[in-house]
Structures are given as structure tokens and as C-alpha cells.
Design a binder for this molecule. Structure first.
Ligand code: TRP
Length: 328
């Protein structure tokens, strides 16, 4: 089983509940590979790559803090396993351009990120590089959110085309859909770096308190004595993620009857979150005191990933007749 994320900065609660928490659980059931897709970051941030390095470190540090175990899972960096690039190139030979153009994220992202030119070869190839990432490990499963489903569908089509031309080399990767809770941002929209409404997974206690104070609540509850409606309160969504059932029921009741005010409720939620995230935060602090935890995990992960990847590449070169053992 394989999954990856682009290095977009500190892991936030949306990334955590949407992917990373699930990754931690999957370690129990599968042989897992997890990687930082730093080449994928370049497809859209090519003009200013200055943040990729730090974001890569932060991603791996936060994954380990959240419970990914480098002894159990292979954690690696895409750009350190050059075979991904070779497979991407070889796959590009059999990939019809319209297949890439009709992947929804191609046009959607061009619309959304109007500040840069995404009419590039690299950006068009985003889902093909992603295909290489997956099939180079002959992975059977990829845990994906809805947003990545079309990328995986493309991967499956490419695998069929490849196997059809050159013989059975790759299994078709299956999506591993898992229930993930919806995580709103501070303003109630989806939590996302581009909206600037995130809470970092490893935020300090004071940072959590300050951010929770800025959260949107029921917009109709204007005065303290107005009854509130938790169903449309953003704060309440966070209680559902962090609080125990008894607390959720009590807040629900006391909000509707105006017994608890929004400010009190924010203070309550902030302390619950501080407590809940304490262990992850402590582990991240430990890693910051000793960054070699990250570099060592990656160095070892890269080595293992390279072994798997180079085995697959040998099969691929043979299958595509780009194979000259005499020259080795
Ligand atoms: N597209 C993924 C993201 O948005 C990153 C990614 C690259 C990926 N290659 C992958 C995810 C392979 C799963 C499998 O961050």
C-alpha cells in the first residue's frame, strides 16, 4: 500500500483527519510506503521553490509525531528515488495527451491558481508522475480521498495499456476509500492552506488557544443570551472531532439554551484540543531537538524504496526492450 502528499507546509488538522491519521492505522494491516512528493510540488511552485525544503522536513516530522513508525513503514522522499523519473518518461511514451487533459484537476487547478501559468508539460504530467509513484512499487492499494480518485483511475488505465503492449508487469492499483470526517477551517470553509484557515497539527498550546478564539460560530447568535444552533456552528464541528460524547451532548444542550456562551465554549474547546494533541506536539518537539530522526528515517526509507523501484525498472526495461545487459 502506498500514499504520498505534496510538501505544502506544516501538516494541519485537515491533512491529519483526512489522511495521516488513517495512514497510522493502515500500518496495522498493510505493508506501507509513504512519501513526500517534492517533484509534484514543483509542478505548481516552480517559480518559487523556496519553501519546499522546509515543508518536506515538516511533513516527515509531523508524520512521525502523529504515529507513522519508520521501523514499520517505509518513509521516503520522491526526488531521492530517481527511478520514478525514468518510469515517468517511459510511461509518457504510451500516454495519449487527451487522457491527461481530461483529468478534472488539470483544468480545475488552472482555474483556481490564476496567479501562475500552469500550462506546462510538467503540470499536464502531474497524474502520470503520480502513476509512476504508485506502480513502481507494484502497489495494490492507494488510500485516496475523493479528490484523488480520478488520478487513480488514470493510473489503472495506463497499467492496462502497458500490460496490453508489453505483458503483465503491473497490478492495477485499487483505491482504498476510508471514512474521513469533514474538517472545516477556522472560517467554516474546508480547511485548506490556500484559504489561510488552518490549525497546525503541532501548534503550541497558546497558538491553539489564539486560533480557536478566531473561529466562526453560529452567525445568528449575536448576544450572549441568544440561544444558539450547534448544527450551524463551526466550533461545534470541532467538538465532534475532539470531545467525548458526554461533552458534545452537554455543549449541544447548553448552547441551545444559552447556558454556555460562545467565548466560554471556545475556552472549553481550546483546552480539550490542547490536551488531545499533547502527545503529538511533544513528539514533534523531540524531533526538533534532534532532526536526525527525520533524516535517518528518510535515508533508510529511500534505500528500501530504491531497491523495490530498481527491481521494477528492470522488468520494465526488459518489457520495453530498452535493456542492454552487455553494457553492464
Ligand atoms: N497528489 C497527491 C497530493 O495531492 C500527492 C501524490 C503524488 C500521491 N503521488 C502520489 C498520492 C501517489 C498518492 C499516491 O498531495
Amino acid at each position: 500500500m502506498l500514499s504520498g502528499l505534496r510538501p505544502t507546509g506544516r501538516v494541519h488538522l485537515g491533512n491529519y483527519f483526512g489522511a495521516v491519521r488513517n495512514w497510522v492505522r493502515l500500518q496495522e494491516k498493510y505493508r506501507c510506503l509513504y512519501f513526500v512528493a517534492d517533484w509534484h510540488a514543483l509542478t505548481s511552485d516552480y517559480a518559487d521553490p523556496s519553501k519546499i525544503r522546509q515543508a518536506t522536513f515538516d511533513a516527515v516530522a509531523d508524520w512521525i509525531a502523529a504515529g507513522l513508525d519508520p521501523k514499520r513503514s517505509t518513509i521516503f522522499l520522491q526526488s531521492e528515488v530517481k527511478e520514478h523519473a525514468e518510469l515517468h518518461l517511459l510511461l509518457s511514451m504510451i500516454t495519449p495527451i487527451p487522457w491527461l487533459e481530461r483529468v478534472p484537476s488539470f483544468k480545475d487547478q488552472q482555474q483556481e491558481l490564476k496567479d501562475r501559468d500552469l500550462n506546462t508539460f510538467g503540470f499536464l504530467g502531474y497524474p502520470l508522475l503520480q502513476t509512476a509513484d504508485v506502480i513502481i512499487y507494484r502497489a495494490h492499494f492507494v488510500p485516496v480521498g475523493e479528490d484523488q480518485a480520478s488520478h487513480l483511475e488514470l493510473s489503472r488505465e495506463i497499467v492496462r495499456r502497458f500490460n496490453n503492449f508489453y505483458g503483465n508487469v503491473f497490478p492495477e492499483p485499487q483505491p482504498l476509500f476510508t471514512e474521513t470526517p469533514k474538517v472545516p477551517g477556522l472560517d467554516g470553509r474546508k480547511m485548506s492552506k490556500s484559504y489561510g484557515n488552518t490549525i497546525p497539527l503541532t501548534a503550541s498550546a497558546d497558538e491553539i488557544r489564539a486560533l480557536v478564539m478566531t473561529m466562526f460560530t453560529d452567525p445568528n447568535r449575536i448576544r450572549r443570551q441568544d440561544p444558539g444552533n450547534p448544527d450551524i456552528c463551526n466550533l461545534f464541528q470541532f467538538h465532534k472531532l475532539f470531545s467525548d460524547d458526554a461533552t458534545i451532548a452537554r455543549v449541544d444542550r447548553e448552547c441551545r439554551t444559552a447556558q454556555i456562551g460562545c467565548v466560554d465554549d471556545k475556552k472549553l474547546l481550546a483546552e480539550i484540543m490542547v490536551e488531545n494533541l499533547r502527545q503529538i506536539r511533544a513528539r514533534r518537539e523531540e524531533i526538533d531537538r534532534d532532526p536526525s530522526i527525520v533524516w535517518d528515517a528518510l535515508r533508510e526509507g529511500n534505500r528500501i524504496a530504491r531497491q523495490h523501484a530498481s527491481e521494477t525498472l528492470e522488468l520494465v526495461r526488459k518489457a520495453m526492450k530498452i535493456d542492454f545487459p552487455e553494457l553492464r
